[in-house]
Design a protein around this ligand. Structure first.
Ligand SMILES: C[S@@+](CC[C@H](N)C(=O)[O-])C[C@H]1O[C@@H](n2cnc3c(N)ncnc32)[C@H](O)[C@@H]1O
Length: 488
């Protein structure tokens, strides 16, 4: 099996690519239907204050054809309990946004149940917006007898005063496919002060890290430890933390390490079908598990690839669904002709090749010819224009020249799927050079083909003094094989 990253809708990826009963552990952190649009923040020219924001995903659902077809698929699935539960929910909720969300989740939970080994476990992470409905759905799909725990991930946030209590926890439902979990490794936590007092006189200097493992450097004494319970205080990732990558719903690796340590063993297969910026696959890699990650936004997949390579320089994995050659790139671009979302996916993918930040594509008309940006030097900027079409011409180079003049940018990059014509090359050359003090002059307008960008990545363009911080870097993880055996 080894490690796989899929770009696409998890429903079709699960159906097309994941066999029955091949996964040991599933963790899912689906969007919560909390009516929020998340923006991914990129580092801007001034460092942490983000310059560009783009909409990564919109976690709202509406009752429409795809909700209706998800609903019908559950009815036809052969899982009578899930079908009648979803029917009952529709009777109660009607055809509203929550019902659309639950139909979307139900059809996916059935697939997740299918791919889980009989000995496998599933952890569903949610918040109170839909947790009560999701638990009933899980009872229907997995069987109420296979419910194992409701875990409370408690965290501290900046206190705010409101006319209700401030929420400081998320909920994680733990189910197994059969009534006896195949793997359950007991983790430990420090005993409470009152228990410790009762054990007075015995050694009490054992400590635990956030993952529930004994600290190997501390002297251990079983009298001061108790098995981990269902309330897990783990800090959220601090805004200044090195772990923070800028993905809005990023979860702490320590949380995922606990789940993976408890419900899998080294070598087992861990799946996250809503993998976001890849916390689960990062923790799985760190703990020597095989893993599968799926996400529908190209941005998430791009971030994960970078995160894994930064943290584990020797990591091996296969990415599926992202163009691997020029034919794949054309295919993605062709899909974009009929569907605006695919067009943006092509654009984001193309920009990621040369490590450029996406412009504000989701806001119609707002980009004014700026598909992407690259910041270099202290305050200099290159503007990127992406062209997926077959008809490219000299007017487009003139337009780009106009945009960089209007914006006061130093350089324009014309990133094109189709080879440029001779007049285009001549027009680009006539724009002259950009000179930054202390560096050799470089062409002011540069034409880069997608083929060149795929072959050479950001070496396909020439920038003076490029800064390597478009995306934040995940800290490199120690080679776990060098750390000796895990203390379970
Ligand atoms: C709450 S975030 C997950 C965050 C993740 N746990 C982390 O630590 O980064 C939910 C993710 O689900 C993805 N998503 C939403 N619908 C999806 C679908 N149908 N198939 C695959 N991924 C989807 C979104 O793009 C988003 O990245």
């Amino acid at each position: 099996m080894t490690n796989h990253l899929y770009y696409g809708d998890n429903l079709s990826v699960l159906r097309k690519s994941i066999a029955d009963e091949c996964v040991d552990l599933i963790y899912l952190d689906p969007p919560f239907n909390s009516n929020a649009s998340y923006n991914v923040l990129f580092k801007g020219p001034q460092g942490n204050q983000s310059a560009a924001q783009i909409e990564a995903f919109d976690d709202t659902w509406h009752w429409n054809d795809s909700a209706e077809s998800a609903f019908q698929e559950v009815r036809r699935s052969g899982n009578g309990a899930a079908a009648s539960m979803l029917n009952a929910m529709r009777g109660f909720l009607g055809d509203n946004d929550m019902m659309a969300y639950l139909a979307m989740m139900a059809v996916r939970l059935l697939e997740l149940h299918r791919v889980l080994k009989p000995t496998g476990s599933l952890y569903l992470h949610c918040d109170p917006t839909a947790s009560h409905y999701l638990k009933i759905l899980l009872d229907a799909v997995f069987g109420a007898a296979n419910f194992q725990n409701e875990i409370i991930w408690s965290y501290r946030r900046w206190p705010t005063k409101a006319r209700r209590f401030q929420r400081m926890h998320d909920v994680i439902f733990y189910y197994t496919k059969s009534s006896e979990p195949g793997v359950f490794n007991t983790l430990y936590q420090e005993a409470s002060e009152s228990s410790k007092k009762r054990w007075k006189g015995k050694k009490q200097n054992v400590t635990f890290d956030e993952t529930g493992h004994r600290n190997p450097t501390a002297e251990t004494s079983d009298e001061s430890t108790v098995p981990l319970n269902t309330v897990w205080p783990i800090p959220v990732i601090a805004p200044v933390s090195k772990e923070r990558l800028g993905y809005p719903t990023q979860k702490p690796v320590a949380l995922l390490e606990r789940i993976i340590n408890a419900s899998s063993n080294p070598g087992d297969v861990v799946l996250d079908p809503f993998c976001g910026c890849g916390t689960t696959v990062h923790a799985a890699q760190k703990l020597d598990r095989q893993w599968i990650g799926i996400d529908v936004t190209h941005l998430a997949i791009g971030l994960i690839e970078k995160r894994l390579r930064d943290a584990f320089p020797k990591v091996e994995f296969t990415t599926h669904g992202v163009p691997q050659d020029i034919a794949g790139a054309r295919d993605l671009a062709n899909r974009g002709r009929d569907d605006k979302n695919y067009y943006f996916e092509f654009e984001k993918w193309a920009l990621s090749l040369i490590n450029a930040q996406p412009g504000n594509q989701s806001k119609k008309g707002a980009d004014k010819g700026i598909d992407g940006n690259i910041y270099f030097g202290r305050t200099d900027r290159a503007i990127v224009s992406v062209k997926a079409g077959e008809n490219v011409g000299v007017a487009m180079i003139r337009d780009l020249r106009g945009v960089i003049e209007r914006e006061g940018a130093a350089i324009g990059i014309f990133l094109t799927l189709t080879e440029p014509t001779k007049p285009m090359v001549a027009e680009a050359a006539s724009a002259g050079q950009c000179t930054v003090e202390g560096f050799a002059p470089v062409p002011r307008i540069q034409i880069v083909t997608i083929q060149q960008a795929m072959d050479l990545r950001d070496r396909a363009l020439i920038l003076p003094a490029r800064r390597d911080d478009t995306f934040k870097k995940a800290p490199r993880e120690a080679d776990h094989r060098a750390q000796g055996k895990l203390d379970l």
